[in-house]
Design a protein around this ligand. Structure first.
Ligand code: SRM
Ligand code: SF4
Length: 600
């Protein structure tokens, strides 16, 4: 199959003048009824607590009560000044901004003089202005539950990226998701409508909102599958985004919030670092369901592993429990110091027992069982597997092919080719993974060889070297305003260097790069984690240089543990090839090659 050029038509054709301008209610009068639909759909009880820190307004949106408005932080203040979901997204604020900024974004921005609006509130629609490093362009963060994306959706995203010209590209993220880059605000309403037309959604994916629900990337074809996580993560997405139209019940949380559903024995979903994680477990009566972990998170000031809540729910109550936990967090979570607003701080302050009692009181019929004594993960006989390469599915005669995308960066042509490949060789869907790779499932055995010959799989090989295979890198300096260093390119160069000088008889090395202490690529779970910093030039010359703090020996999978603190601090990036070679030899059993090989 020849490489494709992508048609640059950005968005699907509008389907008529009566379409709602943005996903959401057509008028202010409909706001409350619209939000009640979501509750009715999942049988969620109305929860009103006199002592809650927030109250519901007439339209069903939540505002912080006056008594709890201090201490506060800038993000709470911007939400109080103007509710992002209700007033900016649902009340046509984004369309107005798109129209007003169309002629000259910089002039409009200057006249607005309101970075809260230009940079922050649109994040409730998944739009992040990259003011510092990509001025005038927005990154759009999707929500792709379980990382399952269809060929039609990938093709649509390819066209959006192509429409951004030189500024456009896409990233597979560390939450099994896509982010697109290079969007202009003027095009955003049409892009969002086009996404909705192909069943894609970017709502409530930034700032104080629920992030993409992760699940087993091998769901449905994993020979060791415990439960198919796809319908569960889809239901979570449906609830979280109010059916792709926005959910007012949870649009004003104290902080970001992560959820995952574990479906297999490998913990590909990283339950340890989610605010709520569902772990498959069968109760004493033999009913299948999930034990819950709560409070996992990583931040610049702290990394905390999720802890057992001693609670079990049947599969049918996963959404209800998510709602119960989220509304507890919404009602009582801290809204002061941003470094202390994640849910774990609330869990610790309340204590697990009280937190659990509050969650239980919010469940339908106030039912919440204690944890099932044994989760199904413990029964699994296997070691954590690499999903890269070609593997036998549970369905006879079918294989999955896991391809490595170092750093997750894809161009429009890549996406278009990917869509073609899954239609030609598979069943039209792609899987994304938290290591920023993709998987093509359901390939008949007799088509595997031809698939492996395709140009896309030459660029993103299923058979990478042992360091590139485990490489993950956050966005870094190219686009992210927080970044201290360049990540993706640097990571790839270092990985190639290590592969050219060392052999790795003990298997793949998980090397994770994060551009700043936020740890969007979780260095705390890496064999070798590199966290960007600025440091004095070790040569003694004046000025600062790029450096890293090095974390060693984090583990993933059942029984895995975070490494919260670095073992080496302030190592100059220029010294990394030498320093990492030594670490690989001394700590990970690597062997120096007699003659370094050329870079692969
Ligand atoms: Fe993240 C903020 C990128 C996963 C912890 N993260 C950001 C921002 C939005 C900052 C900004 O405005 O520039 C970054 C956008 C850069 C850009 O242009 O792409 C950003 N985070 C990412 C992504 C794209 C990294 C990647 O290269 O894959 C990941 C998107 C996931 C998604 O699809 O939703 C991403 N971020 C994570 C994770 C990993 C996870 O969720 O499994 C974490 C650690 C886990 C956690 O949240 O507990 C993470 N990001 C943060 C934090 C620190 C949170 C905290 O509690 O302090 C920030 C800063 C903040 O929220 O204040 C942050
Ligand atoms: Fe940006 Fe820091 Fe997150 Fe990397 S870790 S994407 S540099 S916020």
């Amino acid at each position: 199959m020849a490489a494709r050029r992508v048609r640059a038509s950005a968005v699907a054709e509008p389907r008529g003048s009566d379409r709602v301008a943005m996903p959401g209610p057509a008028s202010k009068d409909e706001l409350a009824a619209f939000n009640e639909e979501t509750m009715a759909k999942y049988g969620l009880p109305e929860i009103v607590r006199e002592d809650a820190h927030v109250m519901k307004d007439a339209d069903g949106y939540y505002v912080v009560k006056e008594a709890f408005q201090k201490p506060t932080n800038p993000f709470e203040r911007l939400k109080l000044a103007k509710d992002p979901m209700k007033e900016t997204i649902h009340m046509a604020g984004l369309e107005a901004a798109a129209a007003a900024s169309a002629a000259d974004f910089a002039a409009w921005d200057e006249a607005m003089n309101d970075p809260d609006e230009v940079d922050q509130r649109y994040k409730w629609a998944g739009l992040f202005h990259r003011r510092k490093n990509h001025y005038g362009r927005y990154m759009m963060r999707m929500k792709i539950p379980n990382g399952v994306v269809s060929a039609a959706q990938v093709r649509h995203l390819a066209r959006v990226v192509a429409s951004c010209g030189e500024d456009g590209c896409a990233d597979i993220t560390t939450r099994q998701n896509f982010q697109l880059r290079g969007l202009q605000l003027k095009d955003a309403p049409e892009v969002l409508k086009g996404c909705a037309d192909v069943g894609l959604c970017s709502l409530q994916s930034g700032l104080d909102n629920v992030r993409n629900a992760t699940g087993n990337p091998l769901a449905g074809f994993d020979p060791h599958e415990i439960v198919d996580t796809r319908p569960i993560t889809r239901a979570l997405q449906d609830y979280v985004t109010g059916g792709g139209r926005g959910n007012a019940l949870i649009a004003n949380l104290p902080r970001k919030w992560n959820v995952c559903v574990v479906g297999g024995p490998d913990f590909y979903e990283h339950p340890d670092i989610n605010d709520l994680a569902f772990i498959p477990a069968v109760n004493a009566e033999g009913v299948f369901g999930f034990n819950a972990l709560v409070g996992g998170f990583i931040s610049a000031s702290r990394a905390a592993e999720a802890v057992p809540l001693n609670a079990w729910v049947p599969e049918s109550d996963v959404v209800a429990m998510t709602h119960a936990v989220l509304t507890t967090f919404r009602d009582y979570g801290h809204r002061g110091n941003r470094q202390k607003c994640r849910m774990m701080w609330l869990v610790e302050e309340m204590g697990l027992e009280k937190f659990k009692a509050e969650v239980k009181s919010r469940m339908p019929g106030e039912r919440l069982a204690d944890a099932a004594p044994k989760d199904l993960i413990e029964d699994s006989p296997i070691e954590r597997r690499s999903y890269l390469g070609v593997h036998q599915q549970k369905q006879a005669g079918l294989k999955w092919v896991g391809a490595c995308v170092p750093g997750g960066r894809l161009q429009a042509e890549d996406l278009e080719e990917l869509a073609d490949l899954v239609e030609t060789y598979g069943t039209g869907d792609v899987r994304l993974t938290v290591e920023q790779n993709f998987i093509i499932p359901n390939v008949p055995e007799d088509k595997v060889d031809a698939l492996l010959e395709e140009p896309l799989l030459k660029r993103y090989t299923p058979f990478p070297g042992k360091v590139v295979a485990g490489m993950v890198a956050c966005t870094g300096r190219q686009f992210c305003g927080f970044a201290q260093i360049e990540t993706k390119k640097e990571a790839y160069a270092v990985a190639e260097h290590l592969e050219s000088t060392l052999d790795f008889p003990n298997g793949d090395l998980r090397m994770i790069w994060t551009g700043c202490p936020n740890s969007c690529a979780p260095v705390q779970v890496a064999d070798i984690g590199l966290m960007g910093c600025q440091m004095k030039n070790p040569t003694g010359e004046k000025g600062m240089v790029d450096g890293v703090n090095i974390f060693l020996g984090g583990t993933v999978g059942p029984g895995g543990h975070l490494k919260e603190h670095p073992e080496m601090e302030k190592v100059a990036c220029a010294d990394l090839p030498r320093v990492l070679e030594d670490i690989c030899v001394e700590r990970f059993g690597a062997i120096r090659k007699a003659t370094p090989t050329a870079n692969p």
